[in-house]
Design a protein around this ligand. Structure first.
Ligand code: NAP
Length: 522
């Protein structure tokens, strides 16, 4: 856990934040004193942090050239660090950039002296030498690691760079696996979360996190609370299998909360992460092939969401893996399963989940849907899955879509009827299913119902809204007010997630745990 302190006035609040983070499970505190160095009473202020630090401390006074705030003279930094190392409560680690260590002989000499003789009694403070690149992967990364590894005073080698894609994390894991000294290897930015959460799997000495304020000292740091309770970092080890949600974007996915809670509840050694993959097929193919082909990672599957559901089908087909027949008929898959030898297979759990949700609410077996009149609003991916599930059970489906041509084409392809949305009000349906984003928070019409005005709605009907944020959409509220039976998108979402969980773990999904976990998210 990392906290920046700029003036003596920050100390009380910084200590309070550190204690909170330790209460959340942080085991060390990094005191970032970059901006403090050179301030009046900098040494006394920094010492007061170390005297009262609630956990063993790392002291870092990072220079501007490597993303820090210190831009003073090196004598100032040397005097401050020297003073801390000789105080009553020296830090457990001192972190210094390799560039400063190599580039400033007086700094190196003074720090070397303060650290104590090599070969003498174990020093209170060990040196972390570090390199950071906030733009990209340094071209001479391997050379820098070699230099730090060979430096006798360096106890820990640390490198951090801005990840350009998920694949950078794999190099971080390889570097950790091949380490000859204790190492910290982290990828920064939105693509770097994997390296931060999976560091213990590959023997990384530390990972850095923010406290509950979310104030990061480097881009992409999760909070201590998320590391522990959302990602279960304490249980991550070499045998942990890795899963995730692949999409673009994926930041707001509820998958990590649900699946990680599920893994813990059934005692399965797995970890589920958000995996952002750029929208093109080439991004998807390159990333999934690299993850599945990485030997130490144990990448065993993923939920796949917009815009990659068609890409998954194509990828598995190209790789010669098994494609479940429903996914082939729908033309999209939402679940990737990777075998121990790296072979991929794909499934669509949206269709059976939609069928199970509807039958559950109506108190029917799937065969009870035969001949029921069903109106499906929308002609996108969700509509395809819903139509596959319901017409497969014998329901009589009519598609209504804003763009009639698209609705007609889908109906032809799946062997169902299409109707003009204006005519919907003249017919009675047993079931209406919304497969448009109308009513979704953050969507095109969050406050609206997708039903055309005048459409029949009564207590003989069942209304199913696949939109799951919010749980109670305008359509669900409208249907409840008319006494209709309702089915929420949240019910379908949990069922499709449970089916994925069972494909990956071979265990029955703990539905109550899933419900609690989804409730925890906004
Ligand atoms: P999609 O492929 O983009 O299709 C969207 C469909 O909605 C299209 O037919 C589009 O009509 C129609 N549409 C979009 N905006 C509209 C508007 N303002 N008024 C009327 N129609 C509109 O999207 P999708 O993947 O099918 O997802 C649709 C919804 O399903 C999402 O909101 C998602 O939350 C939900 N979903 C839920 C689950 C679950 O597990 N509960 C799973 C998957 C999806 P045009 O053809 O005219 O553009």
């Amino acid at each position: 856990m990392s906290i920046a302190v700029r003036t003596s006035g920050d100390v009380a609040e910084a200590l309070r934040r550190a204690s909170g983070a330790v209460g959340d499970g942080a085991r060390m505190v990094e005191w970032r004193i970059d901006a403090l160095a050179g301030e009046p009473d900098d040494l006394a202020t920094a010492r007061s942090l170390l005297d009262r630090s609630p956990a063993p401390a790392i002291v870092t006074c990072r220079g501007r050239s490597e993303g820090g705030e210190f831009d003073g003279r090196e004598e100032v930094r040397a005097a401050l660090l020297e003073g801390l190392l000789s105080g009553d409560h020296p830090p457990r680690y001192l972190d210094l950039e390799l560039s400063a260590w190599e580039g400033c002989e007086p700094l190196r000499t003074r720090i070397t002296r303060a650290l104590g003789e090599t070969g003498g009694p174990p020093a209170a403070t060990s040196l972390i030498l570090s390199c950071h690149d906030f733009n990209s992967r340094p071209v001479d990364l391997l050379q820098r690691i070699e230099t730090m590894t060979l430096e006798p005073r360096c106890a820990v080698v640390k490198v951090a760079w801005q990840a350009r894609s998920l694949r950078d994390n794999l190099e971080a894991f390889d570097l950790l696996t091949e380490r000859r000294k204790p190492m910290i290897v982290l990828c920064m930015g939105g693509f770097g979360l994997m390296s931060r959460v999976l560091a213990p799997k590959f023997g990384g000495l530390l990972t850095y996190a923010a406290d509950r304020t979310g104030m990061e000292t480097a881009p992409g740091q999760p909070t201590v609370a998320d590391l522990r309770s959302l990602y279960g970092i304490d249980h991550v080890g070499p045998a942990t299998s890795v899963y995730g949600v692949i999409g673009w974007p994926v930041d707001h996915s509820r998958g990590p909360a649900i699946h990680n809670a599920g893994f813990e509840a059934v005692g399965f050694d797995g970890l589920y992460l958000p995996l952002a993959v750029g929208p093109a097929y080439e991004h998807f193919k390159a990333t999934v092939a690299s993850l599945a082909g990485h030997r130490g990672l144990r990448f065993r599957g993923a939920s796949v969401t917009i815009p990659h559901k068609e890409n998954l089908l194509r990828f598995v087909g190209d790789a010669g893996g098994a494609v479940d027949p429903a996914a082939r008929r729908i033309g999209a898959a939402n679940t990737l399963v990777v075998a121990d030898d790296g072979t991929p297979a794909c499934f669509n759990t949206d269709a059976p989940a939609a069928l199970a949700s509807l039958c559950g609410a109506m108190g029917l077996d799937p065969s009870g849907l035969a001949g029921r009149q069903v109106a499906v609003l929308g002609a996108g991916g969700a509509a395809r899955a819903v139509i596959e599930g319901l017409s497969g059970a014998g329901a009589s489906v009519t598609v209504f879509n804003r763009t009639p041509r698209r609705g007609e084409a889908l109906a032809r392809e799946l062997g169902v009827d299409a109707g003009d949305i204006g005519s919907m009000a003249r017919r009675h349906f047993d079931v209406v299913v919304n497969c448009t984003p109308v009513g979704m928070s953050g969507g095109p019409a969050p406050d609206q119902s997708p039903l055309p005005s005048g459409a029949a709605l009564d207590d003989t009907m069942t209304v199913f809204d696949t939109v799951y944020t919010p749980q109670r959409t305008p359509l669900i509220a409208q249907a409840e007010a008319r006494g209709a039976t309702v089915v929420t998108g949240r019910d379908m979402f949990l069922r499709q997630a449970a089916m994925q969980f069972e494909l990956w773990t071979g265990k029955t999904a703990p539905l109550e745990t899933f419900e609690r976990a989804i409730g925890r998210q906004p």
